[in-house]
Design a protein. Structure first.
Length: 315
């Protein structure tokens, strides 16, 4: 694969309606900078039949470190730049504007990523692919369910658990990507801060799409941003009350509080780091499940459906 690129070209021009609260500039014919390579991707006949029955995601443990040319997801950065508000102290997404004008882009973008073969990419390119696919699908399904005020039931519901995505012949869900693929085959806790939760208490939307060549720096920036976000880590005596983004994804820390605390200390600013010096255990803190929406209006929302009483590890 000489030049792997995102096989996406937006088929429909999009413009923001006058009522959209995001920007005056229109989205006009967002197009991928990178088009599909003329070099066909190699196939793996029989891969399905040879896959271990007890590990349906084993193919994603494979990688090709000889693959050098990076994949460009610049079109996602452009999309985010038009439809996410960054100057309010916390990023907010224009779900209404997306639903009215940009839903076809999300459909096309998610479909395009699913044509790629992660097992034929380097580990860094794989990680960028999974992060971008996860976040695009989160925005997509949240937009489909919009309007909604509280997203706890959404994140705990079928949109996160149904295997509606598919790569390399494998069906998978958002939860599968987070808990089986990213946790198992990458295991880097910094990843959690890059995975969008469509709630005020969740990680910030990143301005730039995940990119293989700079993914390490992007992970560091996201981790530092989220850990120091107000309310994510609250220290009382020797206990850190931490966002469920971390406590419900303890598999990224080997199930050990000590490793989670060390991760928080690594990226905490001095004031928070000083408080964390006394911490010996971790508990789940409060989490703001209000939709991370731009300029919500009272009559725009439907009542949240009842939760099953459990917080999803997707948070």
């Amino acid at each position: 694969m000489d030049n792997p690129r995102l096989p996406f070209a937006l088929s429909r021009p999009m413009t923001l309606g006058a009522s959209a609260a995001l920007a005056t500039a229109a989205i006009i014919a967002l197009q991928a900078i990178a088009q599909q390579s003329t070099t066909p991707m190699p196939t793996m006949p029989g891969a399905e039949a040879n896959r271990p029955a007890d590990d349906p995601f084993a193919i994603f443990a494979m990688a090709d470190e000889a693959q050098k040319a990076p994949i460009s997801y610049a079109v996602w950065s452009e999309f985010v730049g038009k439809l996410v508000l960054f100057d309010t102290g916390h990023t907010e997404i224009g779900y209404r504007a997306i639903k009215q004008n940009a839903a076809p882009f999300l459909d096309d973008f998610v479909s395009a990523i699913q044509t790629l073969r992660p097992e034929l990419l380097s580990k860094k390119e794989q990680l960028a692919l999974w992060i971008n696919l996860y976040n695009a699908q989160v925005v997509r399904v949240t937009t489909q369910r919009y309007p909604v005020r509280n997203v706890e039931a959404l994140v705990n519901g079928p949109d996160w658990s149904t295997q509606s995505l598919g790569l390399s012949g494998i069906k998978l869900s958002l939860n599968d990507i987070r808990t089986h693929i990213l946790a198992r085959y990458f295991g880097d806790p910094r990843i959690l801060a890059t995975l969008l939760v469509p709630a005020q208490g969740g990680p910030e939307v990143q301005k730039q799409a995940a990119s293989g060549p700079i993914i390490d720096a992007q992970l560091n920036a996201a981790a530092a941003q989220y850990i120091n976000q107000g309310g994510v880590v609250v220290v009382k005596a020797d206990v850190a009350y931490v966002s469920p983004v971390y406590t419900l994804n303890r598999m990224y820390f080997g199930g050990e509080d000590a490793r989670l605390i060390a991760h928080l200390k690594q990226f905490a600013k001095p004031r928070l780091a000083a408080k964390l010096a006394t911490v010996t255990r971790v508990e789940t803190g409060k989490f703001d499940w209000a939709l991370n929406d731009v300029v919500p209006r009272q009559n725009d929302f439907t009542a949240p459906s009842s939760s099953n009483g459990e917080q999803s590890s997707g948070s």
